[in-house]
Write a protein that binds this ligand. Sequence first.
Ligand code: KG4
Length: 343
Amino acid sequence: MSIILGIESSCDETAAALTKDGKLLANVISSQADIHAKYGGVMPEVASRLHVENIGVVLKETMEKAGIGYEELDAIAFTRGPGLIGSLHAGVEAAKALALLYKKPLVPVHHLAGHIYANEYVDSFSFPLLAVVVSGGNTELVLMERDLDFKVIGETKDDAVGESFDKVARIVGLPYPGGLPIDLHAQKGKPVYDFPVQKLHHVPGTEKYDYSFSYSGLKTAVLNFVEHKRAKGESYDLDDLCASFTKAAIDPIVERMKAAAKEYHVKQVVLAGGVSANSYLRSEAAKALEGTGIHLTIPPLWCTTDNAAMIAKVGEKLFASGITCSLDVDVDPNWQIEDFKEF
Ligand code: KG4
């Protein structure tokens, strides 16, 4: 039972949240997305400057909404990584300043653990559990045999799936971030164009599946398709292109999810990260697990985007198991989820 302040600043959302005995009292997010949209992607320098400008106001609003004073906190949890180095620093320095001033313990939280545990605001977890972590920076299948235990059983070899949505949006002239606009067009289209789908295959010479992903080839295939059409003066249907790309991007995730859930005898699958907002992924994941007895948790949309409620949630668990760090802790832009206790 504790009062935890969570701080998140790994990319382009400056966020803080407060939980008391697991209950979310305040969840404040200041998004920079409109500003980065002008550049067609997140500008790291701009992002870190805006975090520094906004963090004070976000923290003030969080504490006021929750009706809690800093002196009442049990711990301050913050995103230590992965993410953009300058962005991470802004949140970590704010957390350290508060910890120093109010003599509070610091709890370093892995951003993807946060995305996974955001689901605990809406559902309880049954283990073994498979988390499908799909975001702008990551595409991972994470197996959890128990609470706070993460094993990556598949990840992308190049681009993340969200990154491919953003890049394809750019190719076809849709705004950044590209996930939602592509999703909306795809809902009106049919997957009539043929883009390469990465089929699930066995690790050579074994019976085990290779759960890795790759998205750079798909992005190039869309680029070639659009350039070819332009060169020949032909048009294409944007809705159909979005539906075709979405199918090629999401089907491999659903196929791997289903096979891994079966192989590892999981009781539950949770979707996590920004791309888990995708309507095709949500409906296909539900269809794939229908009749298997495996419980699927589809997060509400507010849980899919970056927020600090998820950081406070993991922070509370870590703090309860005695995991804290000293004031000289540093950020880790490439922190692996399996190493979440190493800092
Ligand atoms: O989790 P997130 O906020 O960022 C990271 O922590 O990396 O995810 C952002 C990503 C972006 O790439 C965005 O285009 C994608 O999530 N996204 C979507 C949808 N909504 C957001 N991708 C597909 N379909 C959506 N509806």
